[in-house]
Design a protein. Structure first.
Length: 95
């Protein structure tokens, strides 16, 4: 039995505490995920699969931020080590 990503997302949202959000994206769809110019430069030397993983993670992080009410998702940057720098008052994890 195949489970849709929408069903997984809906189930996950049901168990999250108020104020928490999550998002999912099939790695196959990551090629369609938009990256900022800075992110495209950052990943340009990476292998294709790693680029897709990165794009999927950023896409989901931005959608989760939008669900939580944050609209200026271009501000989701990375520090020197590549760790996401979340907007003030937001915390998150990309995995």
């Amino acid at each position: 039995m195949e489970t849709s990503l929408e069903a997984i997302s809906a189930a996950f949202e049901c168990i999250l505490p108020k104020g928490f959000t999550a998002d999912w994206l099939s790695i196959d769809l990551a090629a369609q995920a938009a990256l900022t110019a800075e992110e495209r430069i950052r990943v340009s030397s990476w292998g294709r699969h790693r680029q897709l993983e990165f794009a999927a993670g950023r896409h989901c992080a931005r959608r989760a931020l939008e669900k939580a009410g944050f609209r200026d998702w271009a501000d989701l940057t990375s520090n020197v080590g590549g760790v996401p720098v979340w907007p003030e008052t937001y915390v998150g994890s990309i995995s």
